[in-house]
Design a protein around this ligand. Structure first.
Ligand code: HEC
Length: 308
């Protein structure tokens, strides 16, 4: 109401507004700590000390809980695909598939991968067709109602080593080899963890008794793993002639597993790069436009003339 009256009283609006005296005294909100009364200063300081102390204590307690027994955390390795804009090493993915096929697939399934997924990632279509044909797939029923086997096709999924989890456990002294399709995403530490696990087998420290069929691995939660060390130097011979040292084999299979868990990895980073390049143009443009559009609002002066 007062504002309305102010405009009405001002009469010839714009000029009257512009000719208002320059310095209009406005009450200033003074929020500085120094100007507070002593009691409030004390209260605020106590609150700050209690909050910081509580947070520190919570962190300490959390640390001591985390440091339970001999858990060894994997170091972070400089993966060639680790950078913000770096793609997977596809030669490594190809070798990794070879490692999976010749070593890990004896015990581990990868049930979410089909042969067609390898096309143009690690192999050509013709190569994958040959790989798929080596597999016998049960199909059917045919015209007579019988099931039959046929050579694999691109659309078939990777064969499983065991018919069901019970059979897998029975063959591995009760331990279930997990499906490796998403293992990199499913384990804390990702490829660093799997690499460390594969290369980290060692003798149990003095005084630690291992049960039969369990192996000491400092990276495995609990340190006793049911998987015998699956790789060693020269465990296989790479088709491309790369020396198959233990760490090379582990690195390649981890890169392959990383691709399996995140097949969109390269595409995602390429989209990120496009987005970055787009925003180099868009952001300055948007900034200019914003300044342009807001200039009227930003340079306007609003004054209040109290009624006389
Ligand atoms: C002889 C059978 C066998 C082979 C070959 C094998 N594994 Fe395993 N793997 C197992 C078993 C059994 C377990 C379950 C261990 C347990 O839970 O104690 C396991 C567990 C794992 C785990 C999960 C560990 C965890 O944190 O739970 C990973 C990862 C793994 N294997 C990777 C591989 C890779 C990669 C290869 C190929 C280089 C491979 N394994 C070869 C039997 C095998």
């Amino acid at each position: 109401m007062a504002a309305l009256r102010a405009v009405v009283l001002a009469g010839s609006g714009r000029r009257a507004l512009l000719s208002t005296p320059k310095a209009i005294p406005t009450p200033k909100a003074n929020m500085s700590f120094a100007s507070l009364p002593k009691s409030k200063k004390v209260a605020l300081t106590t609150l700050g000390v209690i909050t910081a102390g509580g947070a520190g204590l919570a962190m300490l307690l959390h640390q001591s809980v985390k440091a339970s027994d001999l858990e060894l955390h994997p170091p972070s390795y400089p993966w060639s695909h680790g950078g913000m804009l770096s793609s997977l090493d596809h030669a490594s993915v190809r070798r990794g598939y070879q490692v999976y096929k010749q070593v890990c697939s004896a015990c581990h399934s990868m049930e979410y991968l089909a042969f067609r997924n390898l096309v143009d990632v690690s192999h050509t279509e013709a190569e994958v067709k040959v790989i798929a044909e080596e597999v016998e797939v049960k199909d059917g029923p045919d015209d007579t109602g019988e099931m039959f086997t046929r050579p694999g096709k691109l659309s078939d999924y990777f064969p499983k080593p065991y018919a069901n989890p019970e059979a897998a456990r029975a063959a591995n002294n009760g331990a279930l080899p997990p499906d490796l399709s998403y293992i990199i995403s499913a384990r804390h530490g990702g490829e660093d963890y799997v690499f460390s696990l594969l290369t980290g087998y060692c003798d149990a420290p003095g005084g630690v008794e291992m049960k039969d069929d369990l192996y000491y691995n400092p990276y495995f939660p609990g340190q006793a793993i049911g998987m015998a060390p699956p790789i060693y130097n020269e465990v296989l011979e790479f088709d491309d002639g790369t020396p198959a040292t233990m760490s090379q084999v582990a690195k390649d299979v981890c890169t392959f597993l990383k691709w399996a868990a995140e097949p969109e990895h390269d595409q995602r980073k390429r989209m990120g790069l496009k987005l970055l390049m787009g925003s180099v143009i868009l952001i300055p443009l948007l900034y200019y436009l914003k300044r342009h559009r807001w200039s009227v609002l930003k340079s306007r002066k609003i004054a209040y003339r109290p009624p006389k």
